[in-house]
Design a protein around this ligand. Structure first.
Ligand SMILES: Cc1cc2nc3c(=O)[nH]c(=O)nc-3n(C[C@H](O)[C@H](O)[C@H](O)COP(=O)(O)OP(=O)(O)OC[C@H]3O[C@@H](n4cnc5c(N)ncnc54)[C@H](O)[C@@H]3O)c2cc1C
Ligand code: SF4
Length: 326
């Protein structure tokens, strides 16, 4: 391993000064240290964001909603009473991430910025397209966990469980760099390989995620997070779905369905939202919404099973959120 310097950044401004192409930001380190040990990165400098206590907060008020500093840990999110009360689906999504030990260390900012789990990407001997190389090994290789939507020269799936849950609650992200602070809907932060094949989001090497904010859910909002994984603990999603329905009796006033582990970005399903909005939720409506969510899916050689699996998961999540038996 190459020697590197480890520098504390007590403010965002200092982190921005210290960052650059040869430096990496470290928060909980649960992904970054793996990348370092696996030989995937060899920075000259690690910039320690945890020295910045101002980024560690979780605040809720009914008028402003929820504000999460980037250094909030996943355990803090999972156990917070206001999160459980007002955003129960978010707490449920966090509860199925990794293990309690990892959730104690892992931060919200780090979870959203974690790198892909594609096994070819994680192999330091392979120089695939995402690392600037000539080919995607997944195309003719072992691609059972890869993308069925939105792939283009690279077919990773976005590994975060937090991202679909936050997006379904209409989260916004704020990040800062030399040009100032930007705030945008979280869904716009993630970029697929057609936009940038080497990165999964808009961040430049000298930009820092500072905050995630969520509006207070309207009365009648119900959320469900379902995750399929090979092992029932300590495993990334094979598929996941976050469903938030604003219900008025049996009728859905507004819907937000976001899928995880189907595409290189957390995948919103606006066509499914349209089917649900204004509809009385029945098993037939849920089935139509699930078909709409997976419209355009193009499985690879070993993952055709993900299409019916995802449809079933979306259908089940909608019915569960609406309180309708299948
Ligand atoms: C065994 C195992 C199982 C896992 N299972 C799951 C799972 O089921 N679901 C899931 O969602 N995740 C899972 N993870 C991933 C885990 O949740 C992430 O590693 C963790 O959330 C990253 O947070 P961190 O604070 O440790 O980030 P770090 O490791 O410190 O950083 C990760 C990346 O984000 C960047 N970064 C960190 N903070 C910021 C910031 N504020 N601004 C800009 N960039 C930043 C770093 O530079 C780095 O590139 C698993 C990890 C392991 C090791
Ligand atoms: S899916 Fe992406 S990360 Fe995986 S081998 Fe192909 S190009 Fe590399």
């Amino acid at each position: 391993m190459r020697n590197f310097e480890f520098v504390n950044a007590p403010t965002t401004e200092r982190a921005i000064e210290l960052l650059g192409p040869q430096a990496k930001l470290i928060a909980g380190g649960t992904d970054l240290l793996d990348e370092l040990k696996e030989g995937l990165i060899a920075p000259e400098r690690l910039v320690n964001l945890k020295a910045n206590r101002a980024l560690k907060y979780l605040r809720f008020s009914p008028s402003e909603g929820l504000r999460l500093g980037a250094l909030t840990t996943l355990s803090e999110l999972e156990t917070d009473r206001t999160v459980r009360e007002h955003y129960p689906m978010l707490a449920a999504a966090v509860r199925v991430i990794a293990s309690p030990q990892i959730r104690n260390m892992a931060t919200v900012g780090g979870n959203l910025c974690q790198r892909p789990r594609c096994w070819y990407y994680r192999n330091d001997a392979l120089h695939c397209t995402r690392k600037g190389g000539p080919i995607c090994y997944a195309v003719s290789g072992e691609n059972q966990y890869h993308a069925i939507l939105g792939g283009h020269l690279c077919f990773i799936v976005h590994p975060s469980d937090l991202a679909p849950a936050l997006m379904a609650y209409d989260a916004r992200i704020s990040y800062a760099g030399p040009g100032g602070r930007k705030t945008l809907p979280l869904g716009e932060f993630f970029v697929g390989p057609a936009v940038n094949i080497t990165r999964e989001n808009l961040l430049q090497p000298n930009e820092v995620v500072e905050e995630i904010s969520l509006p207070t859910p309207a009365a009648g909002t119900r959320g469900v997070y379902l995750k399929v994984r090979d092992r029932n603990t300590w495993d990334f999603a094979t598929l996941s779905v976050a469903a938030v329905l604003e219900m008025d009796g049996a009728t859905c006033r507004r819907a937000r369905i976001v899928l995880g582990a189907v595409a290189p970005v957390p995948w919103p399903a606006p066509d499914a939202d349209k089917v649900l909005t204004g509809a009385r939720i029945t098993p037939e409506v849920a089935r139509r919404a699930a078909d709409a969510a997976l419209r355009g899916a193009r499985p690879m050689s070993h993952n055709a099973h993900k299409v019916p699996l995802a449809k079933n998961l979306v259908r089940r999540a909608i019915l569960k959120a609406a309180g309708v038996s299948p």
